[in-house]
Design a binder for this molecule. Structure first.
Ligand code: ZN
Length: 461
């Protein structure tokens, strides 16, 4: 197959080129390649060609607060494909008192025969028990080269500093990457209980009970633990200027700290939580949306590489029958929002079109750096001979209005309802197979492969 007449955009350059695909891989790239007999030709005139998007933060089919996120591995990966994302990394959660390997088996079952695009898994560690550190080594050998630990949600997912430090010390040796949800859970828990005691139960209090300082403090602590242990850390869903300052200051000193943010923190503010009635519940996720001075700082951070990745933290719950669980108590609102389908559209429109990001930086943020940090590069995240033929043929002029009426995520609202963007995926290929073309899904349920990732894939080396 040949993709001709398009502009090939990687993290390094943009140039007119033809891409030859053989089977599942990119075979060659050239200014002009002559079609061989019987070769299928895709005309990409006027189009940009990106490496497929990689979303390293999704929660499909995830139990939370008595319900389950509404997209499973079939609907979630299909929606991702429509938006130009061809790889995602989801989270397997170790229930306390169980072995990590059991969690992997559980998540493989959820994904197998369901996923439409390739996927990897991170493992959420809730309990090191007696064998946990050795189990981490085993998990890395299974191709799960990253772990996530929580500094928030006491009594549920939170682990103490000793646990985080021991895990970091182990990854300093086995080369995996530790991801941290950085918020001071103890402080937040006290503030939340005070609010509820005072009858403050509306969605806005979800935002008002989680101060930015509690995020910045946890990031600072994460940096300290990284420094002492000699292991890199990756801060998930960074939401505020205060937390960003901690990351920047640490990176300036040479500490291997990396961080991602998400479109919601770049484009929305705490005002959404104050919507009339119970509408604010649509925007209840953690960390919460922040005051309006924060998003411009996060954009700056993306531009100057203080932030390295944009993911979505896609974790959808339907408004009608799931978010409603917290009608009388914001602490019972399932935490999470949908976004896996819209990441490239939003970042392209508000980043590239508005001049905040170059095209190459855009590709770096949504595909190349995620691949490098999480042990998938150069198989994914690159357009080069030998790489998987995961490609997005992107129409930079396509006008698109984001809406729950037309999106493919299995959720009854959009956080970006009515947002008008220019630029959208026209044709999406996964391992050489066209899976989306002009708004039609041509892939197959279950065709996605589990990706074994390598340790020490990271750019800190
Ligand atoms: Zn998350």
């Amino acid at each position: 197959m040949l993709i001709r007449n398009g502009t090939v955009v990687t993290s390094k350059d943009s140039r007119p080129a033809t891409i030859r695909i053989e089977g599942e891989h990119i075979k060659e790239l050239g200014p002009i390649l002559k079609a061989a007999a019987g070769e299928q030709i895709i005309d990409a005139t006027g189009m940009l060609v990106f490496p497929g998007g990689i979303d390293v933060h999704t929660h499909l089919d995830m139990p939370f607060g008595g319900t389950t996120s509404s997209d499973d591995f079939e609907t979630g990966t299909k929606a991702a494909a429509f938006g130009g994302t061809t790889t995602l990394i989801d989270f397997a959660i170790q229930p306390k008192g169980t072995r990590m390997r059991d969690a992997l088996d559980t998540w493989w079952k959820k994904a197998q025969n369901r996923a439409c695009i390739d996927y990897g898994l991170h493992l959420i560690v809730t309990d090191l028990g007696t064998a946990g550190l050795d189990d981490m080594d085993e998990i890395v050998k299974e191709g799960v080269a990253s772990f996530k630990l929580f500094m928030a949600y006491p009594g549920v997912l939170m682990v103490d500093d000793a646990t985080i430090f021991q895990a970091l010390s182990r990854t300093a040796k086995n080369g995996a990457l530790i991801c941290l949800h950085a918020e001071n859970g103890g402080i937040i828990d006290v503030i939340v209980r005070r609010a509820i005691a005072e009858g403050k139960t509306a969605p806005i209090y979800h935002g008002l009970t989680r101060p930015v300082t509690a995020e910045a403090e946890a990031v600072h602590r994460a940096v300290a633990m990284s420094e002492i242990s000699g292991a890199p850390v990756y801060i998930v869903h960074l939401s505020s200027e205060d937390a960003l300052n901690e990351v920047r200051e640490a990176r300036d000193r040479g500490v291997p700290v990396f961080a991602e943010t998400c479109p919601q923190y770049l484009l929305l503010t705490i005002d959404e939580l104050a919507r009339p009635g119970f509408e604010g519940a649509k925007y209840v996720f953690t960390p919460p949306l922040r005051e309006k001075q924060h998003p411009p700082k996060l954009w700056e951070g993306l531009k100057h590489d203080h932030l390295q990745v944009v993911s979505t933290d896609h974790c959808p719950f339907c408004f009608e029958d799931q978010k409603i669980l917290g009608k009388d108590d914001f602490t019972k609102i399932p935490n999470g929002g949908p976004g896996v389908e819209n990441r490239l559209q939003l970042l392209f429109n508000y980043g590239v079109n508005e001049g905040k990001l170059s095209l190459n930086r855009f590709v770096e943020l949504v595909s190349t750096t995620p691949a490098k940090l999480f042990g998938l590069y150069p198989r994914k995240g690159e357009i080069a001979p030998g790489s998987d033929a995961d490609l997005v043929i992107w129409d930079p002029k396509a006008a698109y209005t984001i809406s729950a009426k037309t999106h493919h995520m299995r959720v009854d609202y959009s956080m970006f309802e009515g947002f008008q963007v220019t630029g959208n995926a026209r044709t999406v290929l996964s391992r050489g197979e066209i899976i989306v073309d002009n708004g039609k899904f041509l892939g197959r349920t279950g065709r996605g492969n589990f990706l074994k990732r390598v340790a020490r894939g990271g750019a800190w080396q």
